[in-house]
Unconditional design. Structure first.
Lengths: 772, 174
């Protein structure tokens, strides 16, 4: 009893407590709901505004400048047009179309906004002959055109981490046919509803019940846009509710056109490997390889049809499904009188017109793009690069890049099979620049051009070996009273004992000593002992000072072995050094970027041509002459047979201990190329500079303009015939005599015995002087 | 109670989703970048290029004839300079140099432009470059040294300017 009573007394209290728990719960829930809506509202606005800004940077190659006389073959031009996604047709009618008849082209170019102004669309005719443009004329009038600049090849984009790509369109730029079709198919009441369309949902529900499955969706464009924001595809009720609330919020904040524009840029239309294709702008390129504005009515219908299910209706994988879906869209358009009967039936007869799926890497030239990104990071924040829609104009020359990639692939294979090297073990890097402008034209970070991994051109640091030697010889030649190209250097065995007690005994590659050799010959044949002795005589510090002027900024230890190249550099750093030699003694930044435009095509920044005179042009001329002899008769003598006899060619081989690195740095008057071959595990390659890297260079440079320009001899230079054996004056009649440049007044005064009218006993005057 | 827990879970999930989203969608406005487009004042330095190659040759037999593409770019550069758009003019000259990199006169024009933009130091370097491409061409060298003198004067180096001026006069006499 007692127990019962107790229970009875407690009962009403419990009820009250339960009531208050419920009401509290209700209040908490209400607060949560309000909070939740505020949170959704924040999210909607944040997403919508954010999405509209998030645009990857577009990276362009150099634009092709067309003019009569340009060294470019018809096939090279065709390759450029292909990369530009120009369409070959029988007779070009619209921008982006061309026709080819053997060596003659007729082309309607696209307009394009460059840093220095807009280039209008042009009607052009081109003829090619002998590897050059022989004639460039106006396609209508036939009058000669002096210059035309094509739009540049898009070589890549810098995406934010989530790999979404887009070609942003403004509603004004979207063809009305597309928006009409889209609204007709996806959301007829778009301009009337407030984000959701209950009637449409009911209609869809009814249709689905009747059909016994999902046949119709009731989602408005607004709801679909919201759905895309979240990127999830679960079909839970909660998500549906969220979607509806957010759709209402979106409509509340933004007007119809803004929402439609957002939809057109946001809708998911394809998957390309890791990259999702969002928006009609990019989808147009992805499926048809041309801008949206250049498409025809059935192509718009196909794109609109794809909205329902890009993978189910994938026109490349399921062409039949895609075709019937497209025709359904055309029927709806006809039904709503958006098109007439004739147009509809003609459009329905047409093929899908989808380009074959080229498995394109997101970025075509990842190694070059890494250099671009590195240079951009000096001036822009990472977020700006990936989201502000910058247009980045680079110096990349696709023609040179393609040639380089082909040459590397074939030559490395040949080297491996020819030297019994395990296939696939050799790696390579190369940098090609324009000699006078310091523009990086092509870059290889490894033998596989599509691999975006370790970039050896930028990041591999390898011993440079003999590539360093020209700096030693230049240091000497900058003292014309003491050293000329004809000065005899001592190549006899050398033992050097440092103050620390360390003993250094450099040896020549051929293990021989060559006695007294003229300076130019010692560099051309890359004699280690003569170079070491010269370097020690000059002082390591003065060699370092020269390297600094040439553009080497890294820390350098003042050890004697430095003069033989016991220092590690990346191929790009080596290029910087050789750029100074090649350009006549002018140091310049190696540029991968020429200009940057903002998303609205207003100019942001230019990376101008700038030079700094660091080596006297005459003295620089002397050291490059010695490098010409390296090609003519020295370690790089495998080169000349591949070139016209009068071609200006200069360069230097580099080989490191145990054949770990094979280098060649060489230049013509127009282009400089630095090539490295080695192994990632730093084992021996079995290749010298001459038997490895040089061959890559030769394969590549022999494809360039054979009628190249070369640097003229500098002011203050005089040429003299020299007898190499004695280093004394000779004449053209002397056997082995060479004509060498000298700083005026520095040439030897004595004559070699072979010279006509020479003093009979060379050195007699000196001997006489010694007597008194 | 289950509903409540469910809501909390949902909220947490949403928060995570928002966090995930906020890292991808940047809210930052584009960073303003100032472009140096040169002064809008009328340009006093003229690029003596908008003359036909024939006229040019008549006046200075040592100046080599430019290809039509370069002539077109020089005319364009001149127009841009007249409009006060010096940096675009420089870009056009760089295009010309890309086509004909060994032409001393093109480098001289670029030097002239840089001087007009107040970049005296780079102007001198470009003139030195022009000299290196014009061995034996006294007329071009004299023009370059005159420009170097002006560049040094602008930088307050009157001694250097006088030396450059003397050099120019010597070359003109030859």
């Amino acid at each position: 009893m007692a127990k019962r009573r107790k229970r009875g007394r407690r009962k009403p209290r419990r009820k009250a407590a339960r009531r208050s728990v419920w009401s509290r719960l209700f209040i908490v829930l209400a607060i949560l709901l309000v909070g939740y809506i505020i949170f959704l509202d924040f999210q909607v606005r944040h997403q919508f505004t954010g999405k509209r800004w998030s645009l990857p940077a577009r990276v362009y190659a150099r634009p092709l400048e067309l003019y009569a006389g340009l060294s470019l073959s018809a096939d090279q031009f065709a390759a450029e047009l292909k990369a530009l996604q120009y369409r070959p047709v029988r007779s070009p009618r619209a921008a982006g179309e061309y026709s080819r008849n053997a060596n003659k082209f007729h082309l309607l170019s696209r307009p394009f906004d460059f840093w220095d102004g807009s280039e209008a669309a042009q009607n052009l005719r081109l003829s090619f002959a002998g590897g050059n443009i022989s004639r460039l004329s106006d396609g209508k009038t036939g009058a000669a055109t002096s210059l035309a600049r094509l739009d540049p090849v898009l070589v890549g984009s810098f995406y934010p981490s989530h790999n979404e790509d887009r070609v942003l369109l403004q509603l004004d730029d979207v063809p009305v046919a597309l928006t009409d079709a889209l609204i007709a198919v996806e959301d007829r009441g778009f301009y009337k509803h407030h984000g959701i369309a209950p009637l449409a949902i009911a209609r869809a529900l009814w249709a689905n019940i009747r059909a016994g499955g999902v046949v119709q969706g009731g989602s408005t464009l607004t709801q679909q846009l919201v759905k895309n924001f979240f990127l999830t595809s679960d079909r839970s009720l909660l998500r549906k509710i969220n979607e509806a609330i957010m759709a209402l919020l979106l409509e509340w904040h933004y007007d119809k056109d803004e929402i439609l524009e957002g939809y057109i840029n946001e809708v998911y239309l394809a998957q390309d490997g890791k990259r999702s294709i969002n928006g009609f702008g990019l989808a147009s390129y992805f499926y048809f390889e041309r801008p949206l504005a250049e498409l025809s009515i059935e192509q718009y219908a196909l794109l609109v049809g794809l909205v329902k299910g890009p993978s189910y209706y994938n026109p490349r994988r399921h062409p039949e499904r895609a075709r019937s879906r497209r025709n359904l869209v055309l029927d709806i358009m006809l039904q709503l009188e958006l098109i007439d009967k004739q147009t509809a039936s003609r459009a329905k007869q047409k093929g899908l017109g989808v380009s074959p799926y080229g498995r394109k890497a997101i970025n075509t030239f990842p190694a070059f793009l890494e250099l671009v990104r590195r240079q951009l990071q000096r001036d822009y924040r990472d977020e700006d690069i990936t989201s502000e829609g910058l247009s980045i104009f680079t110096t990349l020359n696709p023609q040179v890049q393609w040639q380089l990639e082909r040459v590397l692939a074939t030559r490395l294979k040949t080297l491996e099979s020819g030297h019994s090297i395990e296939a696939g073990t050799l790696e390579a890097a190369a940098v090609i620049t324009s000699v006078q402008g310091g523009e990086v034209l092509a870059l290889a970070g490894g033998r596989d051009p599509d691999f975006a991994g370790f970039n050896r051109a930028l990041n591999a640091r390898r011993q440079v070996g003999s590539l360093l030697k020209p700096a030693v010889y230049l240091t000497a030649l900058e003292q014309p009273r003491s050293y000329t190209l004809a000065t005899l250097l001592d190549d006899s065995p050398l033992t050097f004992t440092a103050r620390t007690g360390d003993v250094w005994e450099p040896r020549n590659y051929d293990r021989e000593n060559h006695g007294m050799v003229p300076l130019y010959h010692a560099l051309a044949h890359s004699y280690n002992v003569a170079t070491a002795r010269l370097g020690l005589a000059l002082g390591i510090d003065s060699v370092i000072a020269t390297l600094r002027r040439l553009g080497i900024e890294q820390h350098l230890n003042p050890y004697p072995s430095l003069v033989l190249g016991a220092v590690e550099m990346s191929p790009l750093q080596v290029t910087r050094m050789y750029q100074t030699y090649a350009s006549g003694g002018f140091r310049m930044p190696l540029r991968a970027i020429s200009a940057v435009l903002a998303a609205d095509t207003s100019p942001l920044q230019r990376y101008p041509l700038s030079v700094e005179s660091v080596i006297d042009p005459a003295e620089n001329h002397l050291v490059t002459t010695a490098m010409q002899y390296a090609v003519r008769e020295g370690t790089a003598r495998a080169i000349p047979p591949s070139f016209p006899a009068d071609r200006f060619l200069a360069g230097k081989t580099g080989t490191t201990d145990a054949l770990r690195d094979s280098w060649f740095a060489g230049f013509t008057g127009e282009r400089l190329g630095v090539v490295w071959i080695g192994r990632d595990d730093n084992q021996s390659t079995g290749l010298t500079g001459s038997s490895g890297a040089l061959l890559v260079w030769r394969d590549l440079f022999s494809q360039f303009n054979p009628a190249g320009w070369s640097q003229p001899a500098a002011e203050g230079i005089e040429y003299q015939w020299i007898d190499p054996a004695s280093g004394l004056l000779a004449d053209a009649g002397c056997a082995n005599a060479v004509q060498l440049p000298f700083i005026e007044g520095s040439a030897p005064l004595e004559s070699a015995p072979c010279k006509k009218g020479a003093s009979p006993i060379p050195g007699a005057v000196e001997w006489f002087k010694g007597l008194f | 109670m289950r509903v409540f827990a469910g809501l909390i879970v949902c909220f947490v999930v949403m928060l995570l989703a928002v966090q995930g989203c906020s890292t991808t969608a940047s809210t930052s406005a584009p960073r303003p970048v100032v472009i140096e487009k040169g002064s809008s004042a009328p340009v006093t330095t003229q690029i003596p290029a908008a003359v036909s190659p024939a006229q040019e040759r008549a006046r200075e037999p040592v100046v080599s004839r430019q290809p039509p593409a370069v002539v077109a770019l020089l005319e364009h550069a001149q127009q841009q300079a007249n409009d006060g758009d010096l940096e675009s003019s420089a870009a056009s000259l760089e295009r010309a140099i890309r086509i004909n990199p060994g032409s001393a006169v093109l480098w001289y024009h670029l030097a002239t432009l840089r001087l007009a933009q107040g970049e005296a130091r780079q102007a001198e370097q470009l003139a030195v470059k022009s000299n290196s491409l014009a061995p034996g061409n006294m007329v071009q060298q004299a023009r370059n040294w005159t420009l170097i003198a002006e560049s040094r004067r602008q930088r307050g180096d009157s001694k250097g300017a006088n030396a450059a001026e003397r050099r120019a006069r010597e070359l003109e006499r030859n």
